[in-house]
Ligand binder design. Structure first.
Ligand SMILES: NC(=O)c1ccc[n+]([C@@H]2O[C@H](COP(=O)([O-])OP(=O)(O)OC[C@H]3O[C@@H](n4cnc5c(N)ncnc54)[C@H](O)[C@@H]3O)[C@@H](O)[C@H]2O)c1
Length: 375
């Protein structure tokens, strides 16, 4: 076969693999979006005819938000929700998903003021550099997206007199390495964080982002809320994301030993994406203005060694080994991380419903169909 035909066949095969993966992804995504819509109930109608600006719309959480709004337009709302998704693609994917004429994708950096001229009703600031390996690589960009980014978007919020909600994505990392007495960690815990440590660019900029958000509420009555997510995972996390679950899945699916950092006794809790997105939207719509909320799944606290063991049970042929921390990973990681969710439960009715094992099965079923997860 002539080389140009061989190349064409190869491209066609890659296209077909991607198409199949996309179709299978759709069934998991569809179930997740349906679960979010059902849990939100009548509140979804509050988006009818409104405009939402979301920064970080090409990221893991951003793309789930877009899929949710796309679903509302396709199947739920008579008056469509308009969405402006903004991203500078520093870590995000340029794949925009299915077309919806009500959703615009804009290349922009939130570090600069956005020239938006239409009325905005909700702003979701999800732009950031969330994966430890990447925030170590881009420390100044990490600080800027949280601090300058949130200030620019709050200025935009201030000018929009019809604004109904502003959501800032902070992180459970603002608690640092909490004292054992403060685990599960309530929102009232002030944190134990180094201002000069290797994680400071992320932790401290999220803390300052929260401060700026709170001040705009106090001074200008911007209807702000803050969420502090505790390790969200799910389909849509790229194989190169470098956060723990996609990294374990990539190694397991490729039959490489899963690398567990240190002694593997450090714990995290993991919250499945559909529970998390439901919680974020509940906080945006019904959270007390000027306040912060933990969102996560406290029942899923697990040591990294035990998490690797679960992968060996779910992926045939998988194994794991403990290794020293690599230089690319920021030192000083918290030993325990578990949210106290009483506030989110009582203020906005948040509850999680997907257990860790079920969520991992969904994630692995999706990752198996993704070309990127095959070495
Ligand atoms: N996913 C989690 O478990 C988790 C946990 C705690 C906090 N958060 C926070 O939630 C937000 C979203 O998380 P995610 O998992 O979707 O992260 P992500 O890294 O997948 O997506 C973030 C997106 O923001 C974009 N971005 C970064 N800097 C930008 C800038 N200056 N201007 C415009 N776009 C920019 C990136 O290109 C990327 O597409 C982040 O702020 C993150 O810190 C997430």
């Amino acid at each position: 076969m002539p080389p140009h035909i061989q190349r064409a066949v190869k491209v066609w095969k890659i296209y077909l693999t991607g198409y199949t993966a996309h179709t299978r992804m759709s069934s998991i995504l569809k179930e997740d979006i349906a679960a979010i819509t059902t849990k939100l109930g009548r509140d979804v109608h509050r988006f009818a005819g409104k405009t939402v600006l979301i920064s970080g719309g090409a990221g893991f959480l951003g793309r789930y938000f877009l899929a949710f709004f796309r679903h509302l337009n396709a199947s739920v709302l008579k008056e469509k929700v308009r969405v402006i998704s903004v991203d500078n693609y520093i870590t995000g994917s340029q794949e925009t998903g299915e077309h919806d004429p009500n959703i615009s994708h804009v290349w922009a950096d939130v570090v600069h003021p956005l020239p938006v001229r239409e009325d905005i009703h909700y702003i979701i600031h999800a732009a950031g550099i969330a994966s430890p390996v990447y925030y170590m690589k881009y420390p100044l960009e990490t600080i800027e997206s949280a601090v300058t980014g949130v200030k620019n978007l709050l200025e935009l919020a201030r000018k929009n007199k019809g604004l109904e909600g502003f959501l800032f994505f902070s992180s459970s990392e603002i608690y640092g390495d909490p004292s054992p007495m403060a685990v599960p960690t309530p929102e009232t815990y002030h944190g134990y964080v180094s201002s000069v440590g290797p994680r400071a660019c992320y932790d401290e900029s999220k803390r300052l982002g929260e401060t700026i958000t709170t001040i705009y509420h106090q001074l200008y009555k911007v209807p702000t809320v803050v969420v502090r997510p505790f390790n969200v995972y799910g389909p849509g996390m790229g194989h190169a994301d470098r956060r723990v679950i996609p990294m374990f899945a990539y190694q397991a699916l490729n039959k490489n030993p899963i690398p567990v950092h240190g002694d593997g006794r450090q714990t995290r809790t993991f919250c499945y994406i559909s529970d998390a997105i439901t919680g974020f939207l509940q906080v945006l719509l019904n959270g007390k203005r000027g306040e912060a909320y933990n969102i996560g799944n406290p029942d899923s606290e697990i040591a990294m060694k035990d998490l690797a063991q679960v992968f060996t049970e779910l992926v045939p042929g998988a194994s794991f080994q403990t290794i020293s921390y690599p230089d690319t990973y920021p030192a000083g990681e918290p030993q325990r991380r578990c949210p106290d969710l009483r506030k989110a439960r009582s203020h906005v009715g948040y509850s999680h419903s997907v257990g860790l094992r079920d969520g991992l099965k969904r994630f692995i079923a999706w990752a198996e169909t993704e070309p990127g997860y095959r070495a």
